[in-house]
Design a protein around this ligand. Structure first.
Ligand code: AMP
Length: 308
């Protein structure tokens, strides 16, 4: 099993969807990634920062899932990162209402010694300078570095973002962000442009329309499982990323063929995430439920066809 290092926000979120509204609940990119990757039972650590207002119970919950939380710094007197967003009726798009960086604003990440030689590094959504600093602390080049980011950093730290993108192997990004980053509308063209920035593999997430994996001339598409009820899409992208790296870490195989399976595992876990608000569904999820839905995924996408 490969060692997995996860970097990203651990946060409070306030979410509004057509089905309801939450007060401050547990969120953050690294939280979703960690909870999702934990389903693969790989050794994993999160590097992040929270304020003194962050409930100890949330940290314990992550620890209970065998996630090493020793590098989640708690800043005395500090306030935890806060994000709030409101989804449109189609649930595929949202507006950010507020981003309070708080303790994230001057976060200096420290990678634990035991994870400086990690095989897989997942750079979740955070300031690109922080993502870069994590890479610089590693004692050996990981087998795979995966980066996720969002429009906020394209708007606020584009040059820093380009610097870190140049160093990674895989980028996972949603469709609108791929268009913004590349300046291309067609996603195939956008992926080509992004590949030239550094990553050899580009994953474009399209919400309820699935995900595309690009590598040179190769393309793989995985649909999203059609669900009867989508409650809250927050964290679906991060949950996808957690499943993607979790599978790769567990199988220790970073071939394109195995990445296709990783995309399916990511999509499978993300399909649970959206069924309840925040991290609730992904926290309570059983191994059996994950396996059962994988089976549904297989049945959904498999077909025989005669070529004439
Ligand atoms: P996703 O829905 O997968 O894009 O991820 C949503 C999560 O990203 C939320 O839990 C937020 O706390 C977190 N998030 C939102 N904006 C930022 C940001 N600028 N930096 C880091 N994390 C963020």
């Amino acid at each position: 099993m490969s060692k997995l290092l996860i970097v990203g926000s651990v946060a409070f979120d306030a979410i509004e969807t057509p089905f309801g509204k939450t007060d401050k609940i547990l969120g953050g990119a690294a939280t979703y990634i960690g909870l999702s990757a934990a389903h693969f039972k790989v050794p994993a650590a999160i590097v992040s920062v929270v304020g003194e207002d962050f409930p100890e119970a949330y940290l314990e919950m992550l620890k209970d899932r065998n996630i090493d939380i020793s590098a989640i710094e708690v800043v005395k007197g500090g306030k935890t990162f806060f994000w709030s967003g409101k989804y449109h009726n189609d649930l595929n798009s949202r507006d950010t209402l507020e981003t309070q960086l708080n303790v994230l604003a001057d976060f200096n990440p420290v990678v634990p010694d035991a994870y400086k030689d990690s095989d897989i590094v997942m750079l979740g959504n955070l300031h690109p300078i922080v993502q870069n600093s994590v890479l610089e602390q590693l004692t050996k080049r990981p087998k795979l570095v995966v980066l996720d980011t969002m429009n906020f950093w394209m708007d606020n730290a584009l040059e820093d973002l380009h610097n870190v993108i140049a160093k990674v192997d895989v980028i996972t990004i949603n469709d609108e962000e791929a268009r913004q980053l590349s300046g291309e509308h067609a996603l195939v063209k956008a992926a080509r442009v992004i590949e030239k920035m550094g990553p050899k593999y580009v994953v474009i997430k399209k919400g309820e329309h699935g995900a595309l994996l690009f590598h040179n001339e190769l393309v793989f598409f995985a649909p999203a499982l059609p669900l009867e009820e989508v409650f809250d899409p927050t964290g679906a992208g991060d949950t996808f990323a957690g499943g993607f790296v979790g599978h790769l870490a567990k199988t220790e195989n970073i071939s394109f063929e195995n990445m296709k399976k990783a995309v399916i595992h990511g999509s499978n876990l993300a399909s649970f995430c959206v069924e309840k608000f925040g991290t609730e569904r992904i926290q309570e999820l059983s191994h059996e439920a994950v396996q059962q839905r994988l089976k549904e995924f297989k049945e959904l996408t498999q077909f025989e066809i005669e070529l004439s």
